[in-house]
Design a protein around this ligand. Structure first.
Ligand SMILES: [Zn+2]
Length: 403
């Protein structure tokens, strides 16, 4: 209980309802380990593994501390690549993507893993992890408010032998080698990180077309001189090839499980892409053109995308999820009904409503849930705290009840 009260104090001092965001401005979290260039395009670029800062105050992630094998390899120059892409998009269409960069080295944190493996329990790393995902969530909220649809790209670098881009839609290499009939089946579609786009894209093309057709992302990159898999030119990895199909971020921020923002992972090869400043700039220019064409072909019309040129003001938006475990709406609550959306399905959830002194007013448990509809007693009014405890982590958020 003492720990919880301390946590509430920290939480009160750090959080606000909303913040002014200015496109083109760079924001940092409190410890400066996460950088967020606030954009005005319906595009989020996340770079989880390009950081190089390695403070001794955060212990190295090891199997001994983490209790599981951890990967600590840096995706070198992917942070520079993200910044170069920001410049290329600005030059190409006068707009900027939302760019989120982890500056901490992967030996200290992994933004593309669930929190325990990501941080090995270190408190500073945990805060940093939540801040990274809160920035992505802020970008998501902005994009949905302005455009209704958008694109999330998790940008990485691989060290595999074959020098090609690996586009990860969460489909395994075996699935990619399966028949077109399978890839267009309900099973394959429900595994895809562009699930929302299938059936709602501008050209009304199917899943196979979207991943390896004439206007698939990999095909467009291939046509620009950057071989990619899957694509029309290279439909699937061989069973003997190394291939990354997407990770935590692609699951969480793409559309496989929910939402209107489609996403995928791009694993870039090193040679000719990240190997020099000149190569990075050249690649970023090609990537920018393909992102524009991909959006205009599948997601938003050229006129809709061009609206980004007019969105230069100051935006007052709720900050993203403070810790990333759950999202509440509506907040303030009216009519006594509160929706709680968790970041994934949990076996066990304990929900507590507390008054502003920390006393528990209401407690309920839920099993095997991701979405909860909560009816609040009519007499409740004012500011309360909602604490959610899952089998792995907990989080508190502020809630205003106007019943
Ligand atoms: Zn990576």
């Amino acid at each position: 209980m003492k720990k919880f009260i301390i946590a509430i104090c920290i939480w009160f001092s750090n959080n606000t309802y909303a913040q002014n965001w200015v496109p083109g401005t760079t924001y940092f979290n409190n410890n400066n380990y996460v950088e967020y260039i606030f954009g005005n395009m319906p595009v989020i670029i996340s770079t989880p593994h390009g950081g190089t800062i390695a403070p001794t105050s955060i212990p190295n992630r090891t199997a001994t501390i983490c209790g599981t094998n951890v990967t600590t390899v840096e995706d070198s120059n992917t942070d520079d690549l993200a910044r170069a892409l920001d410049t290329s998009l600005r030059n190409l269409i006068g707009c900027r993507p939302h760019t989120i960069v982890c500056r901490l080295a992967r030996t200290k944190i992994d933004m593309n893993r669930e929190i325990n493996e990501a941080t090995c329990g270190n408190a500073t790393a945990q805060t940093t992890w939540y801040n990274y995902h809160a920035f992505i969530d802020t970008a998501r909220k902005y994009i949905l408010a302005k455009y209704g649809r958008g694109l999330f790209i998790d940008l990485h670098g691989h060290g595999h032998v074959k020098q090609r881009l690996e586009i990860g839609y969460l489909l395994t290499d075996a699935e990619l080698r399966s028949s077109d009939a399978y890839l267009n089946s309900v099973t394959a579609v429900s595994n895809s990180s562009i699930k929302k786009l299938i059936g709602t894209n501008l050209g009304n093309v199917n899943h196979v077309e979207l991943i390896k057709g004439a206007n698939a992302f990999g095909t467009m990159m291939g046509n620009s001189g950057y071989p990619s898999v899957p694509s029309q030119q290279d439909p699937a990895p061989l069973s003997t090839d190394d291939y990354f199909n997407g990770g935590y971020n692609t699951v969480r921020w793409g559309s496989r499980d929910s939402g209107l923002i489609d996403g995928f992972q791009i694993e870039t090869n090193y040679t000719g892409v990240r190997s020099s400043t000149t190569n990075i700039k050249k690649f970023a220019d090609s990537l920018a053109k393909v992102i524009k064409k991909y959006i205009e072909t599948h997601i938003l019309t050229p006129a809709q995308l061009a609206q980004c040129q007019a969105t230069t003001g100051i935006f007052n938006l709720p900050q993203g999820l403070q810790k990333g475990l759950f999202n509440l709406y509506p907040n303030p609550v009216t009519g006594g009904l509160l929706n709680i959306q968790l970041n994934k399905n949990y076996q066990k959830i304990i929900l507590k409503l507390l008054d502003n002194k920390g006393s528990v007013i209401m407690q309920q448990s839920f099993l095997n849930s991701q979405q909860i509809k909560l009816s609040l007693p009519k007499q409740l009014k004012g500011l309360f705290l909602l604490k959610i405890q899952t089998d792995k982590e907990w989080e508190v958020q502020k809630i205003l009840i106007n019943n």
